[in-house]
Design a protein around this ligand. Structure first.
Ligand SMILES: [Zn+2]
Length: 303
């Protein structure tokens, strides 16, 4: 009797197993069929999508670290490509730049400030994936979007988030509301453009005008445009976009000239008249901002 029961149990379980197996195999084959059909019909479309949208989460992706590229060495001049001639405006009102990329109150200001009223909506300049949507000291509530050409746009001092980390966003998609969170003097958007952790002067790449123009589909960026010390937050630097690698390399040949200090000169006056920052004059001549300059003294001006 015991053997009969064991045999019966064995029979039933074997039977169930094989039925399950058959069902699984069926599902397996129909899945293969589906893949094959999809592949033959959509192969062109799929490959186009893959080509247009590289896997930007594959490397140096972090939701918590503001600059996940610390180990990456960026070589200059670097090339930035756009497949568009315009960006989507990060704010809908007229863009008033209240503080520029450059040296400010003895510190590096690595972005530009665009005026807004707390509660104004903010939009992604390009399509991409939200890398961060969290509070950071200084920047306050911050959204960082990584784009398909390698750039990241950073939107700081938000009053409200409209996206979550790892969300895919389209060009012009709502990201949240502007405000004063973090270390902000009055409500504004602090906008930073980074390439692999290197902040680029946003006005070198973009015109903050009504047409939302990108200066060129292909731009070459030299260190001059990635170091706030060469710029002043109070005025726009003279911008000559570099369209080719040859132009970029030629621009690296720095022109040094000698300036002889005249009566009534101050470092800031010399800086204004020669279109170089006070910080640059100090660096090249190894003097301090507070150093006393004398009439007749020779200063190097490097551009
Ligand atoms: Zn700012």
């Amino acid at each position: 009797m015991r053997y009969i029961i064991t045999g019966l149990v064995l029979f039933i379980s074997l039977n169930t197993f094989s039925q399950k197996k058959i069902r699984n195999i069926d599902t397996f084959y129909s899945a293969i069929k589906a893949i094959t059909i999809k592949d033959t019909v959509q192969s062109d479309a799929v490959s186009q999508v893959i080509k247009a949208a590289p896997d930007i989460k594959a490397n140096n992706w972090s939701n918590t670290v503001y600059n996940p590229y610390k180990e990456v060495k960026v070589s200059f001049p670097l090339q930035i490509k756009f497949d568009d001639s315009s960006y989507a405006a990060p704010v809908k009102r007229k863009k008033v730049v209240t503080s520029r990329y450059g040296w400010r109150r003895g510190r590096a200001h690595e972005g530009i400030d665009i005026d807004l009223i707390t509660g104004d909506s903010l939009y992604s300049m390009f399509g991409g994936i939200v890398r961060m949507a969290r509070y950071t000291s200084g920047h306050g509530r911050t959204v960082v979007v990584r784009h398909y050409n390698g750039l990241e746009t950073v939107y700081a001092h938000l009053s409200k988030y409209g996206v979550k980390e790892n969300d895919t966003v389209a060009k012009g998609q709502y990201l949240g509301k502007g405000g004063t969170s973090g270390n902000a003097r009055g409500s504004h958007l602090h906008l930073v453009i980074n390439y692999k952790g290197v902040p680029i002067n946003p006005e070198y790449l973009f015109k903050f005008n009504e047409k939302n123009e990108i200066r060129n589909n292909e731009l070459w960026v030299t260190k001059k445009w990635t170091q706030p010390v060469f710029h002043s937050s109070r005025r726009q630097s003279k911008i000559t976009p570099l369209f080719t690698e040859a132009e970029a390399i030629a621009s690296l040949q720095k022109k040094r000239s000698i300036y002889v200090v005249r009566p009534g000169d101050t470092l800031s006056r010399i800086s204004r008249n020669n279109d170089v920052s006070v910080a640059s004059i100090c660096k090249v001549n190894r003097i301090r901002k507070t150093s006393v300059i004398k009439v007749g003294q020779k200063l190097f001006i490097e551009k």
